[in-house]
Write a protein that binds this ligand. Structure first.
Ligand SMILES: [Mn+2]
Length: 396
């Protein structure tokens, strides 16, 4: 306490009167707070003056057909737009692609991933829509929507997480599958809270593709961050330890203390060493066994893939799965389980090569996920199914 002439005021960090740092809560200085009228980034637009509009999908394209090379408005895979739960319901939307803008990485760029993916040159020249060349399934039978981007407060992770939770909740409220595009791994905490609100805590399995285990101890002075969000989710009971399945772990962690925590909590982790030593097929079958018939949230950190195939990430590590293995995994998971959400994260277009190798891989991973979902709805049950005509030209 200090008497600064205005009476006794609690000190924050033993340094300054609490009202000198009005963004800190004197009761809990660890928590950042701002008054509601400072939420300008996430305050929803007043639509009272808009012309009347029936709920449903809005197609912003000027030109006919699916071909819109460099014309019209860039949306994810050329999908029509939706702004709220009612639009998704009225439009019978199966999958909503939503742009993520959160940034929590020493090397920036994830915030630009969503808009970069909308205008991916490869997608604009060879428009979306089509037949998967492994399953022989046309995923354009699914109704897609572009749900816009979710705003983030730079350097205010906790407040950004609240907004991400709100928007993902809007999507799952329509029984639509959200696919987050871009952003950073921290965002997945809000996917988990939104899914736990919808389906109940501990009901959804997380398939976590990553070079990093992301169950580090809290550090860097923050409650929840890129490397800790999965540990926090398990400690809070949002996610059960055995329902966290990890693929591709390598790099400089976990430490001994961390791997012991992972084992004590029953995590089902698959190091890259397992795939390198026992073979990718062994890992794939073990994963498919564990997710069979479950509701799955696929959280795909692109650094899980070898930088040879995905160089455009902030925390790359040599080795990792190939593009072929990544595409196979995504297809197979969609067929074997009930995918209720996904995100493709840690893509920095600023760090991608000039060929946009990473961006094009993400585009194909999204299409493969859609193809797997469509295949399952068309009755394909074998997660490793390949169209016989793609295996031999004269197949019966
Ligand atoms: Mn990660």
């Amino acid at each position: 306490m200090v008497d600064d002439g205005r009476g006794e005021t609690p000190l924050l960090d033993g340094q300054v009167p609490a009202d000198w740092w009005p963004w800190r809560d004197p009761e809990d200085p660890f928590v950042t707070r701002l008054p509601a009228d400072k939420d300008i980034l996430v305050t929803r637009r007043d639509t009272a003056g808009d012309p009347p509009r029936s709920p449903g999908l809005f197609n912003p394209q000027r030109y006919a057909g699916s071909v819109m090379p460099l014309g019209g408005f860039p949306t994810f895979l050329g999908a029509p737009m939706a702004l709220n739960t009612e639009d998704l319901k009225a439009g019978n939307v199966d999958v909503a692609l939503v742009g993520m803008t959160l940034e929590d990485n020493p090397v920036p760029g994830g915030r630009f991933a969503a808009n970069s993916m909308r205008s991916l040159i490869d997608h604009m020249v060879f428009p979306a829509g089509g037949t998967d060349q492994y399953l022989g399934v046309d995923w354009s039978t699914l109704q897609l929507a572009d749900y816009g981007n979710i705003a983030s407060f730079a350097n205010q992770n906790e407040r950004s997480l609240e907004e991400i939770h709100r928007v993902i909740s809007e999507i799952v409220a329509a029984d639509t599958i959200p696919i987050g595009v871009g952003g950073t791994h921290l965002q997945s905490y809000s996917f988990l809270t939104a899914l736990a609100r919808k389906y109940g805590p501990g009901k959804v399995v997380v398939l976590h593709v990553d070079a990093h285990h992301d169950t580090y101890l809290m550090d860097m002075g923050r409650m929840v961050h890129n490397g800790s969000f999965l540990r926090v989710a398990i400690e809070k009971g949002i996610l059960k330890g055995p329902d966290l399945i990890q693929v591709g772990l390598r790099g400089q962690g976990p430490k001994e203390k961390e791997i012991e925590w992972m084992r004590e909590n029953g995590l089902r982790f698959h190091f890259q060493a397992e795939a390198d030593t026992l073979g990718w097929d062994v890992v794939l079958r073990r994963v498919l066994e564990d997710i069979k018939g479950r509701m799955v949230y696929l959280s795909f950190d692109l650094d899980g893939v070898s930088p040879a195939y995905a160089p455009g990430v902030g925390t790359q590590d040599p080795d990792g799965m190939t593009a072929s293995q990544a595409l196979q995994l995504v297809r197979a998971v969609a067929i074997a389980s009930d995918v209720v959400a996904a995100d493709f994260i840690e893509y920095s277009p600023l760090l991608d090569d000039t060929h946009m190798t990473t961006g094009i891989l993400i585009d194909r991973l999204i299409r493969s996920l859609l193809a797997g979902i469509a295949a399952k709805r068309q009755g394909i049950r074998d997660p490793l199914y390949i169209d016989p005509r793609r295996l031999r030209y004269d197949a019966p």
